[in-house]
Design a protein around this ligand. Structure first.
Ligand code: SF4
Length: 290
């Protein structure tokens, strides 16, 4: 049985070739992006209510140049500042909050009720908490830009349907919606006249002084009818995906190649010289193992 996740399905819908490279061939760039470690550290800190736990994410990073060392120190300072400001702004969830909840459910044919023999749906929810007797999923995000369209996009995002649908089935509890807590990355930079230490202090203070600039919360809902529709769409996705894979079809969606800079798989698609040395085989669903 193969695992589908929200991220994998999104990847396939964005660009089938990118999904094929990452999730079927198992290839990923050797060098992790700095922002990846930063996001992971913030998540760890939020899930454990501990800045110390967040810092542990950086413990296996060994910079080889002074520039890399400075960057690492700045990333650590950003994580500390973000979490310090977040805990001041929101505090922590009640003790009975369910943290880091993994789910695994069958994918159902909505017409017959039969289970898919090829795929199951898995994922990891940041938290589930009860407010006034109603269950809410909690998701954390870090982002550079937050505006109205950021939340409009979440309103349309399949993550809301996926997690509500899966959590209701797996935990057998009604879910009223998802609370997104979004932490904005810093917009201030180190000044030429400022030492690294002075900059880190200014950063931490800025997160404490301007919570309305750095921290956002949005609540999102799906009706039970929406979730019935989601189940149909999920089943249809698996049918199309199987057809394409069985026929060796992995279309390249060139309109996504330059999203967020440059797609990390462009050297493969362009068959650039020595592209093999840029990538390594990696666990396919790393996020489920952590
Ligand atoms: S470079 Fe473009 S076509 Fe190739 S995987 Fe990335 S998005 Fe898809």
């Amino acid at each position: 049985m193969e695992t589908l996740t929200y991220s994998r399905i999104k990847s396939r819908k964005n660009c089938p070739m990118a999904e094929h490279i990452r999730y079927e061939l198992g290839l990923a760039p050797k060098q992790k992006k700095g922002s990846f470690a930063l996001g992971s550290a913030v998540h760890r800190g939020l899930e454990t209510n501990s800045i110390e736990e967040a810092m542990a994410i950086f413990s296996d990073t060994f910079p080889s140049t002074q520039e890399e060392q400075d960057k690492l120190e700045i990333n650590k300072a950003i994580v500390q500042a973000m979490l310090g400001g977040y805990f001041q702004r929101f505090g922590v969830w009640p003790d009975d909050t369910r943290k880091e909840s993994k789910f695994s459910i069958p994918i159902i044919n909505p017409e017959t009720g039969a289970r898919s023999r090829s795929f199951e749906l898995q994922g990891k929810i940041d938290a589930i908490t009860a407010i006034d007797g109603q269950n809410w999923i909690v998701e954390y995000k870090t982002a550079s830009q937050i505006n109205d369209d950021y939340f409009n996009r979440i309103e349309l995002d399949e993550q809301v349907s996926t997690y509500m649908y899966a959590a209701q089935k797996f935990f057998e509890i009604p879910i009223v919606g998802i609370i997104y807590r979004v932490l904005k990355k810093p917009s201030i930079r180190q000044k030429k006249t400022e030492s690294l230490e002075q900059f880190c202090q200014r950063l931490a203070q800025d997160y404490l002084n301007r919570p309305e600039f750095y921290f956002f919360e949005g609540k999102f809902y799906r009706s039970q009818e929406d979730l019935v529709q989601y189940e149909k769409e999920l089943w249809a996705f698996t049918k199309q995906y199987l057809y394409e894979r069985n026929h060796g079809i992995h279309c390249k969606n060139a309109s996504r190649c330059t999203d967020f800079g440059r797609c990390e798989y462009m050297p493969i698609c362009l068959q650039e010289a020595d592209w093999e040395f840029i990538y390594e085989k990696r666990e396919i669903h790393e996020e489920l193992k952590a």
